[in-house]
Design a protein around this ligand. Structure first.
Ligand SMILES: [Zn+2]
Length: 97
């Protein structure tokens, strides 16, 4: 299954865009939704996430806002792909890159 790890905001090329980096939990491969990822299979977002995973010993250090609802967290972890994605979109900290 694919798990959303990090949402990035970019403002290069004079427009603001949102990129989502996900990991395939079967293959551990990262994918990103930005145009730069297509064709090359890597981009600055995927490289950043990869570097963080390496720095944290194989686990992505996800950051959430303080207003995380614990019941929702439990539901998201035990739920499917889409529930996890919704949770990250709602509570995950967005990085600018
Ligand atoms: Zn990207």
């Amino acid at each position: 299954m694919s798990k959303l790890l990090q949402v990035f905001l970019s403002d290069d090329a004079s427009n603001v865009s949102v990129s989502e980096v996900s990991i395939d939990t079967d293959t551990d491969r990262l994918t990103c939704t930005c145009p730069g990822f297509k064709g090359r299979n890597t981009c600055k977002h995927a490289r950043e996430v990869e570097a963080r995973i390496r720095a944290f010993g194989g686990v992505y250090p996800m950051e959430f806002t303080d207003r995380v609802d614990e019941e929702e967290l439990v539901a998201a972890i035990s739920g499917g792909e889409d529930m996890l994605r919704q949770f990250v979109l709602k509570y995950g900290k967005v990085d600018v890159l």
